[in-house]
Design a protein around this ligand. Structure first.
Ligand code: C2E
Ligand code: MG
Ligand code: MG
Ligand code: MG
Length: 273
């Protein structure tokens, strides 16, 4: 019914479509300005081990856009990817994360913490991605062994040889590579076999259902087994309840992330341990 109504009201000068285009253009130009003024922030979300101790954090970009408050990355990351702004955005986030690692290196309670940074396909495909990444790490004085790059499956299909070469180069410098949102993409298991990952992250859509949907539970357990048989660490993301944590723990999951342990927050609001 809604579909039929939509068809009847469709025309070339649909004012709501035009409005959508304007909103998108405005978002793009505001994002460009925010990047030029370095207004984006990084929030950090704890990743905890089986004993509940914080072993690291994930860096998640935040855009405070007056007067409206924070814009969600789900809204502006796709815009940044489409326009190429993601390369600048990614470099700024990486700089902030590396600077944080350098600060923590001087604090015995924080010096062991890892920071995971999300990398988009478009950044990864950039010919100078590896050299630029390494130069930021060096310039900021960060220990590359405490830096993890989270990448999603979508980029792996593009050019496997190039992907393998870049991953190998990054790993040879001590960085770890994590496969984000595992289980939601299209890549086959053979990619997992070919590509040198250190870590798998179980997508939150499966974690959400572990106690209520037997299929989600089966997928989550299979991913944990898979990770173990490949010698990879496994992180469950989107853990919101004690029941979910217990179930995943009983099935061998090693690391946990989610609102149960803490939301993404400015660095000074991270828990003590
Ligand atoms: P992601 O890398 O899979 O990050 C996890 C997302 O799940 C984050 O959303 C986080 O706030 C949210 N989350 C964590 N725990 C829970 C939970 O218990 N329940 C629920 N409902 N959500 C939880 P966020 O911060 O909105 O980021 C969304 C996505 O945007 C990220 O997904 C990532 O793909 C992308 N993103 C964020 N920061 C960056 C960045 O600096 N660079 C790039 N390229 N992408 C980024
Ligand atoms: Mg991530
Ligand atoms: Mg994820
Ligand atoms: Mg995601």
């Amino acid at each position: 019914e809604a579909k039929a109504a939509g068809r009847n009201t469709y025309c070339f000068f649909d004012p709501s479509m035009q409005e959508g285009a304007l909103v998108r253009m405005r978002l793009e130009s505001d994002l460009r300005q925010a990047l030029a003024r370095q207004l984006l922030l990084v929030y950090y979300q704890p990743v905890v081990d089986r004993k509940g101790r914080m072993s690291g954090v994930e860096a998640l970009v935040r855009w405070p856009r007056p007067p409206g408050g924070m814009v969600s990355p789900a809204e502006f990351i796709p815009v940044a990817e489409r326009t190429g702004l993601i390369v600048t955005l990614g470099r700024q986030v990486l700089c902030m994360a590396c600077r944080q690692l350098a600060v923590w290196a001087g604090d015995p309670r924080r010096a062991h913490l890892t920071i995971s940074v999300n990398v988009s396909a478009r950044e990864f495909r950039h010919p100078q991605f590896v050299s630029q990444m390494l130069s930021v790490v060096e310039q900021e004085g960060a220990n590359p062994r405490l830096l993890k790059l989270e990448i999603t499956e979508s980029l792996l299909l593009h050019d496997v040889q190039d992907t393998i070469a870049k991953m190998a180069a990054l790993r040879s410098h001590g960085l770890a590579l994590s496969l984000d949102d595992f289980g939601t993409g299209y890549s086959s298991l053979s990619y997992l076999k070919k590509l040198p990952f250190d870590q798998l992250k179980i997508d939150q859509s499966f974690v959400r259902g572990v106690l209520v949907d037997p299929h989600d539970a089966a997928v989550a357990c299979t991913i944990i087994q898979l990770a173990r048989s490949f010698g990879l660490t496994v992180v469950a993301e989107g853990v919101e309840t004690e029941g979910q944590r217990e179930y995943l723990m009983a099935n061998g999951c090693e690391l946990f992330q989610g609102y149960l342990f803490g939301r993404p927050v400015p660095v000074d609001q991270l828990p003590e341990s």
